[in-house]
Design a protein around this ligand. Structure first.
Ligand SMILES: [Zn+2]
Length: 141
């Protein structure tokens, strides 16, 4: 018979983990760091309350626990901003990338404009190298 491994929550709190432990599905034994982060940010009793309050909706409970653990992980890495800090960084990155895209489009527009002028000159059979100024320079030499 396989021995039942205590979940990360029960292991952390030194309690006996029972098969219907409310936190076991979200914090298996190998996820001790994830539990430590969630415990530090929200507190162990609050985690149990969250799970128990959503007992009648497994889908909501699962989603809530994913968000709680993600927020706890982010707060561990970035205590001041957490998810807001990450979102703010992404908004700044998007703004920078949009500015870069605007600059590239501007340069591309200038390049196309220059190319368009050269093609227009070719269509008119006017080559800037053979213009009057160039032939004037040749005659002066
Ligand atoms: Zn447990």
């Amino acid at each position: 018979m396989k021995k039942y491994r205590a979940c990360a929550s029960c292991k952390h709190n030194h309690t006996k983990c029972v098969p219907d432990c409310p936190l076991a599905p979200y914090f298996p034994a190998h996820m001790h760091q994830k539990y430590r982060n969630a415990h530090k940010v929200f507190g162990g009793s609050h985690l149990t309350k969250f799970v128990k309050n959503l007992a009648d909706s497994p889908h909501k409970r699962s989603t809530a626990m994913k968000h709680i653990t993600a927020e706890a992980d982010l707060r561990t890495v970035e205590p001041l901003g957490a998810s807001f800090g990450v979102i703010s960084k992404l908004w700044r990155k998007i703004a920078e990338e949009e500015e870069e895209l605007r600059r590239v489009r501007l340069v591309l527009g200038v390049y196309r404009g220059v190319q368009g002028n050269i093609f227009d000159l070719r269509e008119l059979d006017v080559n800037p190298c053979n213009s009057g100024y160039a032939s004037q320079l040749k005659s002066e030499q």
